[in-house]
Design a protein around this ligand. Structure first.
Ligand code: DAH
Length: 344
């Protein structure tokens, strides 16, 4: 005969010893399965006298309940242990230094081009582009610089063959735009892009650089419109308070032609090394579109007039950011490039 209380303390003892859920299941099967120890007790009941059966049955049921409860308790405490172990394994060390991503910055030439574009788009201009490998025809002929014209010497040119070249100025885009307009007026455009010259690179020259061409053609456009427009551009790029002045100059595609100076943004016009003591800094070339240029594009110069200008982006960026050597803009030294922030 199995003793109920012995079986109980044996079962509770084994449950206590259990280390994981698998062992716990084994213990459960040992005591509570159909062929388990508690079932064996039930079998003994058959041999008992009738009057002892109910009391015995009740005791076996109590034993079953006690073991079941103990198993449940053990299962819960094992689950807590397992969860704590898992949490310990997956613990994140919040005292570790966080990875700080390093952000790129926009190139100073991109910043300057975007600032110029923003300024003119705000005035209702459109942006046009053209090919860098260009025909002599658009770069020179249509700009009123025929073959043999001495002005061709103003810009040393990379020729690809006798009729194809690397454009020397964005004025070539201006000529394409005028032709494409088919006399549709008004025209209000800026044309940014790379240009090429056969120059030896030094602190102020680069064989490749960037320009933005501006072009407005319509009825009654005058030099005063040009001046007001350029003053607006200088105000937006260098802040209000800079004066501009026109000096007579020569470009074959404009008549009259002017060179434009801005009062020095470093000394305010008093004279300093940046403006070489003059108080003025040359910033661009411009003028009224030459009647020959208009005629070549089938635009009647009696009815329409226009202004144009061409500005070097490197030059403006160097002035704005105090960069001394144009080559710094092309050598891509990250320490140099990191210094540039967006326009405010
Ligand atoms: N194309 C000239 C250059 O590269 C700049 C220029 C001057 C452009 C006068 C113009 C202009 O549109 O009207 O030196």
């Amino acid at each position: 005969m199995i003793d109920i209380s012995v079986l109980e303390s044996e079962a509770l003892g084994s449950i206590k010893e259990v280390k994981d859920l698998k062992e716990l299941e084994e213990v459960r099967l040992t005591y509570l399965s159909k062929k388990g120890r508690v079932q064996e007790l039930m079998m003994q009941m058959r041999e008992l006298p009738k009057e002892e059966k109910p009391a015995f049955g009740q005791k076996v049921n109590e034993l079953k309940r006690t073991i079941t409860e103990s198993l449940k308790e053990k299962e819960e405490s094992l689950k807590v242990v397992l969860m704590n172990e898992a949490m310990e394994k997956e613990k994140i060390d919040i005292s570790l230094d966080a990875y700080t991503p390093s952000y790129g910055t926009l190139h100073p030439l991109t910043l300057m081009s975007e600032a110029i574009e923003d300024c003119f788009i705000g005035l209702g201009y459109q942006v046009a582009e053209g090919p860098e490998v260009e025909l002599d025809y658009y770069n020179f002929e249509k700009a009123n610089i025929p073959k043999g014209h001495p002005a061709r010497d103003m810009q040393d040119t990379f020729y690809i063959d006798p009729v194809t070249l690397l454009r020397t100025h964005t004025t070539a885009i201006q000529m394409r735009v005028l032709e494409k307009a088919h006399g549709q007026m008004p025209i209000k455009l800026i044309c940014p892009g790379k240009v090429y010259r056969r120059d030896n690179d030094d602190a102020t020259h680069s064989h490749q650089f960037m320009q933005v061409e501006g072009l407005v053609v319509g009825e009654g456009i005058t030099l005063a419109d040009l001046k007001g427009t350029l003053q607006f551009m200088v105000d937006s790029l260098f802040g209000k308070g800079r004066a501009i002045r026109f000096r007579p100059s020569y470009f074959p595609f404009t008549e009259p032609s002017v060179e434009v100076d801005m009062s020095c943004h470093v000394c305010g016009g008093k004279g300093c090394p940046t403006c070489k003591g003059t108080g003025w800094i040359e910033i661009l070339g411009s003028g009224m579109v030459h009647p020959n240029v208009l005629k070549m594009a089938d635009i009647d110069p009696q009815k329409y007039s226009g202004f144009a200008f061409g500005v070097g982006i490197e030059r403006l960026a160097m002035l704005k950011y105090g960069i001394r050597d144009i080559r710094d803009l092309y050598t891509n030294d990250v320490r140099f490039l990191k210094a540039f922030k967006r326009f405010d």
